[in-house]
Design a protein around this ligand. Structure first.
Ligand code: LLP
Length: 418
């Protein structure tokens, strides 16, 4: 995490000490580095130069308006999965014409909204959806641009909750059936074939599964182009490129591009634009969750560091047993101890680390939970009636509060007493 380094004994985000932000805005607090986020987008963009391409940031990873705006400003498109996400794109000043819409359960209202806004493409995940989409669009006097989300049955070698390209997955349409579905699409009045799409999973740390999946997909792409030569415009290779949380060695933008570009050139030569939908790669290592130590509790068998952040703020350790580094905000040589770092929520699953050897910390000091930029705030909830954290965006020496901490009033807003 290059933008999060110790300087003069303090962990900083770019040029701003995290302690300063924690004091000013309170904790738990999400802090993002704009330079990292925009830098990751630009690195990928640069790596794919020479190939007509569009990067649709998978905003489910982090849909905070300020983050979306930073990316929209440098030209990003967006991968959306709901009407709510499209609304956010619009609020942030993003371009609907650069949005692809995935989801196995798009509702009529969402489809109508997306059609009115003129999105680039619907990534269709079932035959039933294709038919429904066609009906809705036809009734509106339009043709919905579609890509079939094809499931190439490739094992991405990641956590099973976030592995999507295998045969048993609920996502997409099997590669064996895909061509039949495209043929059906040519007969429908309310759709127009715009693309072919795949997405095999998330936190993929090798290039092999992409190479394998793309190789499987290319013959299909060619056939679809024969079916719809006038309207087919793109091949979307999905998202999923992993990041380093602990000791993984995921590909850099350059390495990823070097692995897949030679294969994609074929499609590109035939006039197709290459789309991709990275989420975590762009924001994951661009954010941390700053928390304060409330208590240190020694039991006969364990030592607990109890912090003010909890599973409602960052659910990844509880949900995927995922590893996030934890660093004291104040540097310095200290002895180490084996601890569990836990939050105040009433669940044993409310932990950030278990049996981890960390520098000894005291009540009152700040800890940063690293690599929390993706699927952190975006998955936060109000469980235990805890307000969700504030968020700060840093750029160089400048910083700005981009989301206020939720108040007690926020917690009950929208509720009605009978
Ligand atoms: N495109 C599609 C169709 C997706 O389903 C996803 C992620 C992405 C792109 C972006 O994947 P990424 O580049 O961020 O890996 N909450 C989990 C991750 C869930 C991913 C869901 N789909 C986590 O915290 O690890």
């Amino acid at each position: 995490m290059n933008e999060f380094q110790y300087r003069l004994g303090e962990l900083c985000c770019e040029d701003v000490p995290l302690r300063k932000l924690a004091v000013e805005f309170g904790t738990p607090l999400y802090v993002y580095s704009e330079s990292h986020i925009v830098g990751q987008y630009q690195a990928l963009d640069k790596a794919f130069r020479g190939l007509d391409h569009m990067i649709c940031y998978a905003m489910k990873a982090n849909s905070t308006l300020a983050v979306l705006r930073s990316l929209a400003r440098v030209g990003a498109g967006f991968d959306i999965v709901s009407g709510g996400e499209l609304y956010r794109v619009k609020q942030a000043g993003g371009d609907a014409a650069k949005c692809v819409f995935s989801s196995v359960g798009k509702t009529r209202e969402e489809i109508e909204y997306a059609l009115r806004e003129g999105i680039y493409c619907f990534n269709v995940e079932s035959e039933a959806e294709l038919q429904f989409l066609s009906d809705v669009a036809y009734r509106m006097g339009r043709r919905a641009p579609v890509a079939v989300r094809v499931n190439p049955h490739v094992d991405p070698d990641t956590h099973h909750y976030i592995s999507t390209g295998k045969e048993e997955s609920k996502f997409g349409i099997s590669i064996e059936r895909a061509l039949k579905v495209y043929r059906e699409a040519t007969r429908l009045r309310g759709v127009e074939i715009r693309g072919v799409q795949m997405h095999i999973g998330s936190q993929i740390t090798k290039t092999g599964p992409y190479v394998l999946a793309i190789k499987k997909m290319l013959p299909l792409v060619e056939k679809v182009q024969t079916l719809a030569p006038q309207t087919l415009r793109s091949f979307d290779i999905g998202g999923g490129v992993g990041i380093r949380y602990k000791d993984q060695t995921p590909p850099t933008a350059q390495q990823f591009a070097a692995a897949v570009k030679p294969l994609l050139k074929q499609a590109s030569k035939r006039g197709l634009r290459i789309l991709m939908e990275p989420g975590r790669f762009i924001v994951g290592n661009g954010g941390v969750l700053v928390t304060r130590v409330l208590y240190v509790k020694q039991t006969p068998v364990k030592r607990f560091v109890i912090i003010d952040g909890a599973m409602n703020d960052l659910i990844r350790p509880a949900l995927y047993e995922s590893y996030h580094e934890i660093q004291p905000v104040k540097a310095g040589k200290r002895t180490k101890a084996k601890v569990d770092v836990v939050g105040p929520v009433c669940e044993s699953g409310d932990f950030f680390a278990q049996g981890r050897t960390l520098p000894v910390v005291e009540a009152g000091e700040y800890l940063a939970v690293m690599s929390a930029g993706a699927y952190g705030f975006a998955m936060a909830s109000n469980y235990n009636s805890r307000g969700r954290p504030a968020e700060v965006l840093v750029k160089g020496r400048k910083y700005q509060l981009v989301r206020r901490r939720e108040t007690r009033q926020d917690l009950v807003r929208g509720e009605l007493l009978p």
